[in-house]
Design a protein around this ligand. Structure first.
Ligand code: ASP
Length: 409
């Protein structure tokens, strides 16, 4: 049985196992199964994925940027940023439109909720001034993705300018890159077991009873995620990239399952990078830059949740937003997506920044926390898809794609 089918089966079995555990909660043996076996298995799997992220990004990006001239790098960077901003703005606009049309939340009363401790989100100015690491090893240890990206690009550029020495070190990096890609393939064999554990734990602990109460909010977020994934991305691939969208989804869906079960764009980087390069034919020089950057700053799925949540909470608290308010939400959610780290549930924290901007009570976040688990899983799948779609379009446009690989099943 091929790995993709095994992963799909693992996910379905994980859902069933999680629901069975939920129905039999309270038995000592079930608790042991959940806490000691499934949770431990899931944690080990996530740790293995995370363990690969920093080496993969550093080595692959050094290889990629050393084979690019500065002009091409600038063009790729520019096109990527524009596409990231446009796709996120489309995502949030769709979210606001659907949430307003169905006027979700208007029938609910604001209950008094416990005040939330909301962390401050770094401003864009802070993000930009923190791009350069004063100590590269600290950036590696702390997994500061943007700093690692900047250092790797500069290092790759120095490598290509360093003549013979650059060639020798470049060859070592290319060999290392091959080894790391094999490392990823090796670890992927564990994916079915890891995904089974993660999905079972999530389903065993999900707040299903709350979903009924918040059905409007929950279903609109899922609906818009689905529309953005299938309609917006397909149109972009077809019209802007001249690529077959079906082929994209056929090859990319295992990555979506990864993102779904881990709820982390960051932890999914190794798998997404491997798929984008080896199955979708995007050259390393483009993929190694666009994928980790996207996992850090491009979050269409998160922006969708934030758009729907803002309208929902505004309706519950009876706060009018108005057209200018909506434009502000579009702008803020696009910026918030840059400040959202690719790890579980952070989208809820950066939502505070969007709500504050339009004077919607931040306490409203407490209303939706209970149903965020499944939505976090679903939006992370959309987040990583957005990165891969942009990587394919830019690569095709920059003639850095092997279209034969893309089109071959
Ligand atoms: N879990 C999301 C991600 O990793 C971020 C979020 O929306 O909370 O992409």
């Amino acid at each position: 049985m091929n790995l993709t089918i095994k992963i799909l089966l693992a996910m379905l079995l994980g859902c069933v196992a999680g629901l069975l555990i939920r129905m039999n909660a309270g038995h000592a043996i079930i608790q042991v199964l959940l806490d000691d076996i499934l949770k431990t298995g899931g944690n080990i799997f996530i740790t293995i994925l995370k363990m690969l992220v920093v080496p993969v990004v550093f080595v692959s990006l050094v290889c990629g940027s050393s084979s690019l001239d500065i002009k091409k790098l600038g063009r790729i960077g520019g096109k990527t940023l524009v596409l990231y901003l446009i796709t996120t703005a489309i995502a949030i606009t769709l979210a606001i439109l659907f949430a307003s049309i169905f006027s979700i939340g208007s029938d609910l009363q604001a209950a008094s909720t416990t005040p939330l401790a909301i962390k401050e989100v770094p401003s864009i100015k802070d993000i930009i001034s923190n791009l350069f690491p004063s100590n590269f090893f600290k950036a590696l240890v702390e997994g500061e993705m943007l700093q690692i990206i900047v250092f790797s690009i500069l290092f790759g550029m120095a490598l290509s300018a360093a003549g013979e020495a650059g060639k020798r070190i470049g060859a070592i990096f290319r060999d290392l890159n091959d080894v790391i890609m094999h490392f990823i393939t090796m670890m992927l064999q564990l994916a079915p077991y890891g995904i089974f554990c993660l999905v079972a734990v999530s389903f065993a602990q999900m707040g299903f009873n709350l979903i009924g109460q918040l059905f409007g909010y929950f279903s609109i977020v899922l609906l818009v995620l689905l529309i953005h994934l299938t309609v917006t991305y397909s149109l972009l691939l077809k019209v802007v990239g001249g690529l077959n969208p079906l082929m994209f989804f056929r090859k990319f869906y295992p990555c979506m399952l990864f993102a779904f079960s881990t709820s982390s764009s960051n932890a999914s980087i190794p798998v997404v990078l491997e798929t984008v390069e080896h199955k979708l034919g995007v050259k390393n020089q483009v993929a190694s830059f666009i994928v980790p950057l996207g996992a850090t700053i491009n979050m269409d799925g998160t922006a969708i949740m934030q758009g729907v949540a803002t309208v929902f909470i505004a309706h519950v608290y009876n706060v009018p937003i108005g057209l200018t308010g909506f434009l502000m939400v579009i702008m803020m959610a696009t910026l918030a997506s840059i400040g959202t780290a690719g790890i579980p549930s952070v989208g809820l924290i950066t939502l505070a920044m969007v709500l504050k901007q339009v004077n919607v009570p931040v306490e409203g976040i407490a209303l939706i926390i209970g149903v965020d688990r499944l939505l976090d899983m679903a939006r992370t799948a959309v987040n990583v898809s957005g990165d891969a779609v942009v990587a394919c379009i830019v690569a095709k446009n920059e003639k850095s794609m092997n279209t034969e690989v893309y089109d071959t099943v």
